[in-house]
Design a protein around this ligand. Structure first.
Ligand SMILES: [Zn+2]
Length: 440
């Protein structure tokens, strides 16, 4: 049982929410999706006994479990809408090939297109998976407001094609949203279509590290956008927005990895926190009812701070990294394999393979040390200066806390300077261990 969860809400907020959550829970236990999940864990919902201790006993849900029961979730939603979800939601527009639909357009009538204040957005996410929550939410909202709520185009970032250009220009999106890597790819592919980006007023990054190179490509493609309109909400797959971007937090923590938890109609939790407060981020959203998600394991690691922000929020969420990485805690930081990959990918012409070792050197306070062994390209192996230069660039680009790079931590005397070792060949093992901790 995850009884150690930290709920990111004030006591008053929790008290206010209690009735709402109890009500939701009564309905949820009637839905096929939730019935199947609770049955799997032998969890017997008792909404009448709801309180926040009870809440902590509700089984967590993994991404796999969510995917496995997706069919039930769609059926639950369809019930309410009383028509086929797929007929209503999507049509394949022209300009695509006979392959799987790459461009999916939410139904928009001609009359609606003239309404200026509608939110029209491009969502650069894989449909059916990441786009699912928006799709369900959009349908339910549009139905409630006679089709006048929001219009969005879900584009699979892996299938962007310059043939889509005309359809996209016609759509006149006001916002675009996706992972930084997908947005920069989008900008690169459509860079030759002038005037393309003129309707876009806002860019929303999904929760991932934004590299300077990506940022520049995106800025150049959307010339009308100023920094204030580039918003980096922390958004994820099945649960929609998890963290909301805030200018004050950006200044305070020096980057795009600090957010306010998006707790409207929901709850954020940190479970299994270590002594520094870092643990897995758990998300629950209870509205709209049929698109709800409860105690969903994001796989992301973060820390919650209870602090009053000038914007009025009471909690901050510091995000350390994405799911499916290996990570190692070291000297008060987290060394994340994905983050290492992100930085080392910049040198893929020079570094053929790499392995990283992490060590904690004991002292009054532990000091961290990171060693990276590299197998260099032939060209690089003869160039000592270049190896030195790469080592400095890695230290300056590698984030070990939400706001500090390895160089910053070396300057703070929390870390030893990066050690780079050249090897001829790595041993041929079955499983490559890219990142490991050395216990001395
Ligand atoms: Zn704030």
């Amino acid at each position: 049982m995850m009884n150690d969860s930290i709920i990111l809400k004030t006591e008053e907020e929790l008290l206010k929410d209690e009735k709402e959550f109890r009500g939701f829970f009564k309905n949820a236990s009637l839905q096929e999706f939730w019935k199947a999940h609770f049955l799997k864990y032998n969890f017997d919902p008792e909404p009448d006994n709801f309180n926040w201790e009870y809440w902590r006993k509700i089984p967590l849900m993994t991404k796999e479990e969510f995917s496995d029961n997706l069919r039930l979730k769609l059926r639950d939603a369809e019930d309410e809408m009383s028509f086929s979800i797929f007929n209503f939601l999507l049509r394949v527009t022209s300009g695509t090939t006979a392959k799987k639909p790459a461009l999916l357009l939410h139904y928009i009538s001609e009359a609606e297109k003239t309404i200026e204040d509608l939110e029209r957005g491009i969502r650069l996410w894989q449909p059916y998976h990441i786009g699912l929550r928006w799709a369900l939410t959009g349908i339910l909202l549009n139905k409630k407001n006679a089709g006048k709520s929001q219009q969005f185009l879900i584009i699979d970032p892996f299938k962007i094609d310059s043939k889509m250009a005309n359809a996209l220009i016609d759509f006149k999106a006001q916002s675009i949203n996706g992972l930084p890597s997908n947005l920069s790819k989008f900008a690169a592919i459509f860079s030759s279509f002038s005037g393309f980006a003129s309707s876009i007023k806002k860019i929303i990054f999904g929760g991932d590290f934004v590299s300077r190179a990506q940022f520049e490509i995106i800025r150049n493609f959307f010339p009308k956008i100023n920094d204030d309109l580039i918003v980096s909400d922390y958004i994820m797959t099945e649960c929609g927005r998890i963290g909301t971007f805030c200018e004050y937090l950006k200044k305070k923590y020096g980057g795009y990895q600090a957010y306010h938890p998006a707790v409207k109609n929901g709850v954020m939790e940190i479970v299994n926190a270590d002594s520094n407060g870092y643990g897995e981020i758990i998300v629950s959203k209870i509205k709209p009812d049929k698109a709800a998600i409860i105690r969903y394991r994001t796989g992301d690691v973060g820390k919650a701070l209870r602090e009053k922000c000038p914007c009025g929020n009471t909690f901050s969420l510091l995000l350390l990294g994405r799911a499916d990485f290996d990570y190692i805690k070291c000297a008060g930081t987290l060394i994340i394999r994905k983050e290492l990959e992100r930085v080392l990918n910049n040198f893929h012409d020079d570094i053929k393979e790499w392995r990283a070792d992490v060590r904690e050197l004991s002292g009054v306070e532990p000091i961290g040390e990171l060693s990276i062994k590299i197998k260099p390209s032939e060209k690089l192996s003869r160039n000592k200066n270049k190896i030195q230069d790469i080592s400095l660039k890695i230290s300056g680009g590698l984030f070990l806390t939400p706001s500090k790079t390895l160089s910053d931590l070396v300057a703070d005397k929390k870390f030893m300077p990066l050690r780079m070792e050249i090897v001829d060949e790595f041993p041929d093992t079955q499983k490559k261990i890219l990142l490991r901790k050395i216990e001395d």
